[in-house]
Design a protein around this ligand. Structure first.
Ligand SMILES: Nc1ncnc2c1ncn2[C@@H]1O[C@H](COP(=O)(O)OP(=O)(O)O)[C@@H](O)[C@H]1O
Ligand SMILES: [Mg+2]
Length: 821
């Protein structure tokens, strides 16, 4: 660091820290030093700048009028962005902002992918600054006040920083937040293990991990370190059973030993899902192997070497009264996946921390800056794990007093939605026509001045167009001021090592839990933050339970979370006709029955259309009816075909699914209309009447079952909610938890259907006997009551046939398997 210049009185730092009175402080400072300044510089043309006393953040001057640019720190609360090609001065601009934030008493967290931000730790030669018309007194003040920490993941050259991936979200999150949080944990592990959550395999790995983590935590199973998690991933059923029924394993005496229950029984009793069916054994082994690898070798350093990421530590000064400037130096991580993962975990910590902040009006708690964000925030449809979180942070940071700023050299490589959140944009030089076009597009949406775009190729380093509606309705041409700190080539690790002062290192040591941080330390860390995911003895049962339970209840109870778009989309049902998507394992009698019903329905509709066509030809029927029939027939066919063809495209199916549910209701109505028409009207279906009757019974039965299930799941409520809510409830998509529940109860459902069917049959047989024996009056005839026989027979037929189909293919889940103890 450069030694203070004797010419100017050093400002006093009185330990009172950065209260809003910084403006006054700066004022005092200038009153003190003004005589010296004016004396030595009285005959310089830039004298005005020397005397200038910034009120807020002093960023430079206007290129047209030379007027100083001084913006209120609160402007940053609505986020900022620096855009410009390489060398346009984005990093310098951002550093100026960070310096000004520090002068205003706002700590920062900086993600430094290149290593040049680390130079913030180096002072500048004050003589050189003076030559560049910088305000020396402010530079000195900055150096006195701020405390720079360079955090180096994996390495101890700087301050080592590590991740606690098994940390649970804070206990006081609301269920939606908890779901998101767990989802992020799962996505993080999936990504870390090298499964791209955007690709097909990752899409199955992530939900699998989600279930393992959430259900494991709920059941108290240890999934709190890599070894343990890998074990459960490899053999989930065995591990769950071992944990849930220790009496079957820990008994000394062979005689007393009880056989453990089968997974089907465990699943029923503990409301679990069939984990092993979720992910093929080979993938599970692969995943387990990769997870286990993180508990040893160099990988382990990422999780055990140094201070666990803790935003509280980032904002608290080591030396009272100083303003912390935290630079996370990413160059120490070589592996791209690990880098992404690290940024994700950092963002996760930041997000969780942010939610607990309650800033006073206009108060800024933290400045979060990311340089060269393109790899972390690529545009749709790419979705690396950190992106969702950073998006969330951008969306919500304002109310928690966190200002977010990012910089990128390529506008088209960054998610547009995130860029659009920045209310203050510094646009620097762009020479490529396609880049200029992108900027034009970006500005058009925010109503910016298009003239400014034409100037972009002519800008020099440090020249920007500041588009900041909060400051000025028009774009401001700005020349960024020179820095109060050093700027230049990226620092290497050895240079970083030299910078870190012994006090800061000592402070960091107190923050890390010894050289080799164990799980216990992670637990302590978690516990100190009011959360409680850890292994074995330190387990705080209640809190974790409440988070998981809340997440479950929420996902089973309402669509709020899904409406916020924060729940994994792949978790929703993708079956179009009928609500038994989940049963699609081809082993479930209900699913087979549903499939048969769908098939019969389509056959009937085709037949009906033929019959109506003939009637229309004979001029017995208006063309409208034919149209309705054709629509119904084609829609049903279309839905079924789409479903089988698009079986893998969950996203599209999900979109179609809403339509299909509404259509299903209309279909039932249409079938009833047809039935009424044949019975009381004159419609001739050319022999399809019995089939129509059977299909009506089946479809009505299944629709009834589905609604009952939805009712039981709490999707539809009798009291409360408008009629519209009820309709929405009917057609709403079911979440994964609901599907799991449906699946879990499928067997139960089938047996209760059987039971009711037996009851109705019994009653009907009694009726028949009554008629037979002449118990009822003479004039009532069984002939008029023939229909119920057909109805009952049709349902029995459906059940028998689907069961026979499964049995013949050897897929019938035998009672023997189920009851085997
Ligand atoms: N405000 C400025 N005044 C003078 N020179 C500047 C200014 N901003 C940037 N430069 C020059 O441009 C170079 C590149 O700036 P930098 O911020 O690292 O670019 P970027 O991050 O956009 O790639 C700097 O090393 C410096 O020489
Ligand atoms: Mg840069």
């Amino acid at each position: 660091m450069v030694s203070p210049d004797d010419e100017v009185t050093p400002p006093s730092t009185d330990g009172g820290s950065a209260e809003p009175a910084v403006g006054d402080l700066i004022g005092d400072l200038f009153n003190d030093s003004a005589p010296v300044g004016t004396e030595s510089l009285s005959n310089r043309p830039t004298d005005t700048k020397r005397q200038y006393k910034p009120k807020g953040m002093f960023l430079g001057s206007r290129r047209d009028t030379g007027e100083a640019i001084d913006i209120a720190p609160q402007v940053l609360a609505r986020h900022g962005a620096m855009l410009g090609s390489t060398g346009s001065g984005k990093t310098v601009m951002a550093k100026a902002l960070i310096e000004e934030a520090a002068l205003a008493g706002i700590p920062s967290l900086i993600i430094d992918p290149q290593g040049d931000l680390a130079r913030l730790a180096l002072g500048i030669d004050l003589g050189e600054l003076e030559e560049k018309d910088g305000i020396v007194a402010r530079a000195k003040q900055l150096m006195d006040r701020c405390e720079v920490r360079i955090w180096t993941p994996l390495r101890s050259k700087g301050l080592p920083l590590c991740i606690d991936p098994f940390r649970a979200p804070p206990a006081d999150l609301d269920p939606e937040e908890a779901i998101t949080a767990w989802d992020m944990v799962a996505a993080g592990f999936a990504n870390l293990a090298g499964f791209d959550v955007e690709k097909a395999q990752g899409k199955t790995v992530k939900p699998f991990l989600y279930e393992i983590l959430v259900e494991g935590t709920r059941c108290g199973l240890n999934v709190g370190d890599f070894q343990a998690l890998a074990r459960v991933v490899r053999e989930p059923h065995q591990e769950f059973i071992r944990h849930l029924y220790p009496e079957c394993f820990d008994v000394e005496d062979e005689e007393e030993k009880v056989d453990p229950p089968t997974w089907n029984e465990v699943m029923m009793e503990h409301r679990l899902t069939d984990f092993e069916e979720r992910l093929p054994k080979s993938t599970r082994n692969d995943l387990a192997r990769r997870l286990a690898a993180f508990s040893s070798g160099v990988n382990q350093l990422l999780f055990s070497n140094g201070v666990p990421i803790d935003i509280d530590a980032f904002v608290e000064p080591a030396v009272p009264g100083k303003i912390p400037l935290n630079i996370v130096y990413l160059n120490t991580i070589q592996d791209e996946n690990q880098k992404q993962y690290f940024v994700q975990e950092l963002s996760r910590e930041l997000y969780d921390w942010m939610l607990t902040q309650q800033p006073a009006d206009g108060e800024l708690k933290l400045l979060f800056f990311m340089d060269e964000v393109a790899p972390y925030l690529p545009p749709h449809p790419r979705n690396p794990p950190a992106k969702d979180l950073i998006k969330l942070i951008f969306k919500q940071a304002r109310k928690y007093g966190v200002a977010c700023v990012l910089a990128t050299q390529n506008v088209s490589d960054v998610d547009y939605k995130i860029l659009a959140q920045a209310n203050t944009t510094f646009i620097g030089r762009f020479t490529q026509p396609q880049d200029v076009e992108k900027v034009r597009h970006l500005l058009k949406e925010s109503g910016g001045d298009q003239d400014l775009v034409a100037q972009l190729p002519t800008l020099g380093p440090g020249q920007f167009q500041m588009v900041a509606p909060d400051v000025d309705p028009n774009p401001v041409p700005i020349q960024c001021r020179w820095l109060y700190t050093d700027h230049g080539a990226p620092l290497n690790e050895d240079q970083v090592e030299e910078i870190i002062t012994p006090e800061i290192r000592a402070w960091a040591k107190t923050r890390s839990a010894g050289g080799t941080r164990s799980r216990g330390a992670g637990a302590a860390h978690a516990a100190s933050r009011g959360s409680s995911w850890s292994s074995g003895s330190e387990w705080e049962d209640g809190a974790a339970h409440s988070i998981v339970e809340a997440a479950r209840i929420k996902s089973a109870g309402g669509m709020a979370a899904a409406a916020h778009g924060i729940v994994d989309d792949s978790a929703f049902e993708v079956k179009l006709m009928g609500g038994f998507a989940v049963l699609r394992d081809g082993r479930d009698p209900l699913y087979t029955m549903q499939a048969a019903v769908n098939l019969a329905t389509v056959t009937l509709l085709t037949w009906v259309m033929g019959a109506l066509m003939l009637a229309w030809r004979d001029a017995d029927l208006s063309g409208w009816w034919l149209l309705v029939s054709a629509t119904a027939c084609l829609a049903a066919l279309g839905v079924l075909v789409l479903e089988s063809v698009l079986g893998h495209d969950a996203e599209l199916l999900q979109k179609l699914s809403r339509f299909a549910h509404t259509f299903q209701v209309l279909l039932v109505l249409w079938l009833w209309v047809l039935l009424g028409w044949t019975v009381w009207g004159s419609l001739d279906l050319r022999g399809a009447e019995p089939l129509l009757e059977v299909v009506v019974v089946w479809v009505t039965l299944f629709t009834g079952i589905e609604y009952l299930t939805r009712f039981r799941l709490g999707r539809i409520r009798w009291n409360g909610g408008s009629a519209l809510d009820k309709i929405v409830g009917v057609s709403a998509l079911l979440t994964k938890a609901e599907l799991t529940e449906m699946k879990g109860t499928s067997r139960e459902l089938l047996s209760s259907i059987r039971w009711m069917l037996h009851g109705v049959t019994l009653v009907w047989l009694c009726c028949l006997l009554a008629f037979q024996g002449g118990i009822l009056p003479e004039n009532s005839s069984i002939a008029t009551w023939g229909r119920p026989t057909l109805w009952l027979a049709s349902i029995y037929g459906l059940m028998f046939c689907s069961e026979a189909w499964l049995r013949l293919r050897g897929r019938w889940p035998s009672e023997h398997n189920l009851s085997k103890a």
